[in-house]
Design a protein around this ligand. Structure first.
Ligand SMILES: [Zn+2]
Length: 276
């Protein structure tokens, strides 16, 4: 069940000849047509590909955007008593699932390619220590994956003083803004550990929500909190590791198997204060 129905694109493809009719393709003057040099054109009906070749002989499942990514679909829950809401999953009646990638310890060379080719745009939760000095790599995700905050140095925040937490969270937000150009709106605490002070500090640092997860990918295997499949609204956690290709592909294949489409978390946690 696709929200918009399956958009079957009918394309007429000129298979042979190489001379396209694209206006920007400047061609040399046509060669004299000889009887022997026949140009054949085949007409084929195609739908969007469901998979394309990936790095290292892999196959990348491809997803179509069910709505225009970047368009807010839902607002984040409100800030109450000066504390950001804790979001563990997204309430949705659509077959949507959400992928997040944390830390940034391994700057995997195939990560951006996998995102671009699959049509899937994860939300990245990055530490300052993995971005500072490596901004050029992370700028490569511009338009592919929005960047969010995960503290400066990845400490366990629970029980630590407000000033320490504020420094870790605000400092991370400010570094991401100066290095990558946009101040993040979502925050994920390291190890998923937080207390009320964390939620207060995150609100004071301008965040809209604290984001947890309901499933994870490790060593190329999707692990569920409950049951044996992904469900609509799940937020999936993975990391920038050497196994990035295996992990990302395992997630994509799981989505296909479970009839789910990965969409952009940010679109379902839009800032309620932002005027549209
Ligand atoms: Zn982490």
């Amino acid at each position: 069940m696709r929200p918009r129905g399956v958009a079957v694109l009918v394309a007429v493809v000129a298979v042979v000849g190489g001379c396209s009719s694209r206006p920007e393709a400047r061609q040399e003057p046509p060669a004299p047509v000889s009887a022997a040099a026949t140009t054949t054109t085949a007409t084929t009906t195609t739908a969007p590909p469901t998979a394309v070749p990936g790095p290292g002989g892999t196959t990348i499942p491809v997803f179509q955007q069910p709505y225009a990514f970047g368009t807010p679909q839902r607002q984040a829950p409100p800030i109450v008593d000066g504390m950001v809401p804790v979001v563990r999953r997204i309430e949705t009646d659509r077959p949507y699932v959400f992928i997040t990638v944390d830390d940034g310890a391994v700057r995997h060379p195939a990560a951006a390619e996998l995102m671009r080719k699959s049509g899937v745009e994860p939300s990245l939760f990055l530490n300052s220590k993995h971005v500072d000095g490596y901004a050029e790599y992370w700028k490569g995700f511009d338009g592919l994956a929005p960047v969010h905050a995960h503290t400066a140095t990845h400490p366990d925040l629970t029980g630590t003083p407000y000033e320490f937490q504020r420094q870790e969270i605000c400092g991370n937000a400010e570094l991401l803004r100066t290095r990558l150009g946009a101040r993040p709106k979502l925050f994920r605490p390291p190890f998923g550990n937080f207390d009320l002070t964390t939620r207060r500090a995150a609100a004071d640092c301008g965040f809209t929500a604290l984001v947890m997860w309901t499933a994870a990918v490790n060593d190329g295997v999707v692990q569920f909190q409950a049951g044996a499949r992904l469900n609509a609204g799940d937020i999936v956690l993975m990391h920038f590791r050497h196994t990035f290709v295996e992990d990302f592909l395992a997630f994509l294949e799981r989505c296909k198997a479970d009839g789910l489409t990965p969409v952009v978390l940010d679109d379902f946690l839009a800032d309620p204060k932002a005027t549209v």
